[in-house]
Design a binder for this molecule. Structure first.
Ligand code: PA5
Length: 471
């Protein structure tokens, strides 16, 4: 296989399996939908009133990576990226653990970056092995008593001496609206623990709590009242699940020592390719074309994101949310499912091979591992009879599994497509996240569903609030 340097997408196996070919008619409609997506950005930036039928319009994520990079290149110290550099460096030096509170779009992107790009056992490493990068714990994304109890216990057992950096911890609380119950109640409780650790009203509490929020709402007001040293904004025109390239994803990424500029370069290059490249050379157009055609002509309404490696599971969950909240409207919208292979070949594999004919399987394949390939050693007694494979490496086992699985699906006329990343790094992840966000919005415009907003999520929130008030 020739190794690429950038993300690539190939759906030829999917078309072959269904005896289909790329459709010029779908591609023409997609080009019109692309014009609409880009016109949305122009409209947003023009400051003109947004027509009612376009509301809500959260298209600010599309050109945001380029704007952040340009601003960074222009300004000496005031750019958002420089502020993120400064604050993250200060917190890294001062803290050994950071609790990140947030849910949905205010959580899943940071988690995807953490799992894909950090050491697989990051939190278990000692501070030296982590190069002084803090441990990270996610919370405020559920109403699970025991999970929160466990976190509080962990924080308490972490030590009680605020002068010892190995005991010190802090808090990043993320909520665009500032009113999400899961995050807000966890914040009050975890902040109480932080005040107990550093002392109530202490300067250290102000320094080690970082709210990331919209320009109005309860968290915004609370942050002003408490006068925390660092508060980051979430732009009004970027919706939660599209916010990974705002401080929502960038601050946790920088805290973890990741190269946020490379993330943004990957994302910005993907937007450029989306704007300029023709069908056949444009991962966003090509992915959307295959998904749409297979769903509308062949009933493939279940989209399986088949990730080949456990470091991509959180990325898959991020995509599950992105697609579900964006297009699961008006009694329509494909259903996303994430699998991690080869693990899930032993759970969902049977169904994908022989179950209902309703799935398109999109593999996410990483060409090169981040660490040295591990090879199977020769055994003197060969009791396990594996010597026939001795000398082979994990990447070779995985490549055989990918090829064998694709072949098995092809033999059963089951459509598969491949997204290939040269390696798991910031640039590739930036490309992939932006590709999937653009594709989701593009498909929304194609089928006439507003991809922004998530009105359906309000129903449970309202019921829960009423029930809590009543009892
Ligand atoms: O995509 C979205 O907008 C949602 O998933 C939100 O991110 C989620 O509901 C959390 O909202 P908030 O950041 O306001 O707490």
């Amino acid at each position: 296989m020739i190794m690429g340097t950038t993300l690539s997408y190939n759906a030829s196996a999917a078309y072959r399996a269904l005896k289909e070919s790329r459709s010029e008619e779908v591609e023409q409609r997609l080009l019109a939908a692309r014009d609409e997506v880009l016109a949305d950005v122009t409209l947003l930036r023009s400051q003109q009133p947004i027509p009612a039928e376009k509301e809500p319009l959260d298209a600010g994520f599309i050109d945001l990576p380029r704007r952040l990079l340009d601003d960074d290149a222009r300004s000496t110290s005031a750019s958002l990226l420089r502020q993120i550099d400064t604050v993250s460096a200060t917190l890294r030096d001062a803290l050994d653990r950071v609790v990140v509170l947030g849910i949905g779009g205010s959580y899943m992107g940071a988690r995807a970056l953490f799992e894909a790009l950090c050491h697989p056992y990051h939190n278990e490493l000692n501070r030296d092995a982590r190069d002084g990068v803090p441990r990270i714990s996610f919370a405020g994304n559920n109403l699970d008593n025991d999970a929160l109890h466990g976190l509080l216990e962990l924080l308490q057992r972490g030590g009680s001496d605020p002068s010892d950096v190995r005991h010190r911890w802090g808090l990043v609380v993320i909520s665009k609206s500032g009113g999400t119950l899961e995050t807000a109640v966890a914040f009050r409780i975890v902040q109480r623990a932080l005040e107990k650790f550093y002392g109530p009203q202490s300067e250290e509490v102000r320094q080690s709590v970082v709210p990331i929020t919209g320009d109005e709402g309860k968290l915004h007001d609370l942050a002003a009242a408490k006068a925390y040293d660092h508060v980051f904004p979430i732009p009004d025109n970027v919706g939660g699940r599209f916010s990974v390239f705002t401080p929502v994803g960038l601050l946790p990424a920088a805290l973890l020592g990741l190269d946020v500029r490379q993330l943004l370069r990957g994302a910005s290059d993907m937007t450029e390719q989306f704007i300029k490249a023709p069908p056949g050379e444009n991962p966003v157009l090509d992915y959307t074309a295959a998904c749409h055609l297979l769903e509308t002509r062949h009933g493939r309404s279940i989209r399986v994101l088949s990730t080949w490696g456990s470091r991509l599971e959180a990325l898959g969950f991020w995509y599950d949310q992105l697609l579900s909240e964006s297009l699961g409207k008006d009694e329509r919208g494909a259903t996303p499912i994430t699998v991690v292979n080869t693990r899930d070949l032993h759970s969902r594999g049977q169904q994908h091979q022989e179950g209902c004919l309703d799935k398109l399987i999109t593999n996410v394949i990483v060409e090169s591992p981040s660490y040295d390939p591990i090879r199977l050693p020769t055994s003197l007694d060969d009791q396990d009879q594996l010597n026939r494979l001795a000398g082979k490496s994990y990447p070779e086992f995985l490549a055989a599994a990918v090829e064998g699985t694709n072949q098995a699906y092809a033999d059963a006329n089951r459509p598969t497509a491949d997204i290939v990343l040269p390696r798991l790094d910031e640039y590739s992840l930036g490309q992939l996240l932006q590709m999937l966000m653009l594709a989701t919005v593009l498909e929304g415009r194609l089928i006439g569903t507003n991809p922004y907003g998530q009105p359906g999520v309000e129903a449970y929130k309202n019921n829960m609030a009423t029930i809590l008030e009543q009892h």
